[in-house]
Design a protein around this ligand. Structure first.
Ligand code: PLP
Length: 410
């Protein structure tokens, strides 16, 4: 935004200068993009208000609609994805719910893979039917079910890969192709949407593989420091404008300060993710050899059932590793997982993921807490699992920490 220079500025009172600050001085563009920590914007004259009323999108009026700091980050994230546009939100869930409510209408159906982030899964399971929107589960490893289940009510194919917490891999190109076939079958638009939080744009770009919309919880790798909440939707202009319009009513806009932090985080996104990938790969290999570990789930390991697909569609295998413990003589599986988490000295026992510190969580007590035993079984989640968001600590420190914690299991 340009600043107006006030002539004869020293003639105005101290109070006026105190109130109007640098507006009295020539504008000097800062190197770091500033935080426009404001809810509203000064019009140059009422001409601006009239231009806004006539639909000119370049007039800033109110920060729930748009904000320069937020816009700067939206443009950068769109650029990272090679996309036309991006919309930022106050959280990943705000991004997911607003996008779906912007597309789906009462009577519509969403085709979804079963393994989703717990918040999304529960919203689909417990809330969406109140809006008259149905969810039908497809088989993630028989994606022809997309075409089979598609009918004139279908509006979205929704999925995640790698999945939480089992790190299952779904063939992204195949989802795009089957969605195209489903579209042709019913003769109506169907949008494919991926939650790309675990992969991040650094490791995989689903838009290049034919997916229509990418969503990320920017709370995770984009933010990367466990100090903010944000979400982002990336895709074509028309879709993003539709989402932006609904966001105005639902109100999940990003705060300018969080946008400033995100902008700072973007500067190190690639560096951080590459190191998360390297640390996770080395830790996964080390844990595979520990006698107290029954299974290590990591898409970068040749032992992963869908390693071949991961190698084809991912540039790196991500920073998330899940382990399943061997049965213990002393503890139930969930107690054993809790005992290991409580014995760690470097890794932190905390929910969330994607930040610089290594975090551990037990899915049955965190992301999957509201699921029945049969749902847990369907999702392949067992009580003896520990999900590790591998951070940027020295890799030897992490290996030593997990080794000593696992060694205490009896
Ligand atoms: C894969 C995934 N998607 C979405 C979300 C929701 O993001 P937020 O917590 O920023 O609302 C999470 C949160 O853990 C997640 O792991």
């Amino acid at each position: 935004m340009t600043k107006k220079r006030t002539k004869n500025s020293t003639r105005v009172s101290l109070s006026t200068r105190a109130l109007h600050g640098t507006k009295l001085y020539p504008h000097k563009a800062p190197v770091a993009f500033p935080i426009y920590q404001t809810s509203t914007y000064r019009f140059e004259s009422s001409e601006d208000a009239i231009r806004y009323a006539k639909g000119d999108p370049t007039v800033f009026v109110y920060s729930r609609y748009h904000n320069p700091t937020v816009q700067e980050v939206e443009e950068k994230i769109a650029l990272l994805y090679g996309a036309e546009d991006a919309v930022l939100f106050s959280s990943g869930m705000a991004a997911i719910t607003t996008t779906i409510l912007a597309i789906a209408k009462p009577g519509n159906t969403i085709l979804s893979t079963p393994a989703l982030y717990g918040g999304t899964y529960r919203w689909f399971r417990d809330e969406l039917h109140h809006y008259g929107i149905n969810v039908r589960i497809i088989d993630p490893h028989n994606l022809a079910t997309i075409v089979e289940y598609a009918d004139t009510t279908t509006c979205i194919v929704y999925f995640e890969t790698p999945t939480n917490p089992t790190l299952d891999i779904i063939d992204i190109t195949e989802v795009a192709q089957q969605t195209a076939r489903a579209r042709a079958k019913i003769g109506k638009p169907i949008l494919s949407i991926i939650d790309n939080t675990f992969g991040t744009v650094v490791n995989q770009n689903p838009l290049e593989m034919g997916i229509d919309v990418c969503i990320e919880s920017a709370t995770k790798y984009i933010g990367g420091h466990h100090d903010l909440l944000a979400g982002v939707v990336v895709g074509q202009n028309a879709l993003c404008n539709r989402v932006r319009n609904v966001a105005k009513y639902l109100g999940g806009c990003l705060d300018p300060f969080a946008a400033f932090l995100l902008n700072r985080s973007l500067a190190t996104l690639e560096l951080r993710v590459l190191q998360h990938n390297a640390n996770a790969f080395t830790l996964a290999k080390a844990l595979e050899n520990h006698p107290k570990v029954k299974r290590v789930l990591y898409p970068g390991l040749p032992s992963h059932p869908y390693h071949r697909i991961a190698k084809r569609q991912m540039r790196g295998f991500g920073g998330m590793v899940t382990i399943e413990l061997q049965p213990s003589r002393k503890y139930t599986p969930a107690e054993a997982a809790a005992h290991v988490c409580d014995s760690l000295n470097v890794a932190v026992n905390a929910m969330s993921l994607g930040g610089v510190e290594t975090l551990v969580s037990i899915p049955v007590f965190s992301s999957h807490v509201f699921m029945s035993d049969s749902e847990l079984a369907r999702h392949g989640v067992s009580p003896g699992m520990i999900r590790i968001s591998v951070g940027l600590e020295g890799i030897d420190d992490l290996i030593n920490d997990f080794t000593q914690a696992l060694d205490t299991l009896r």
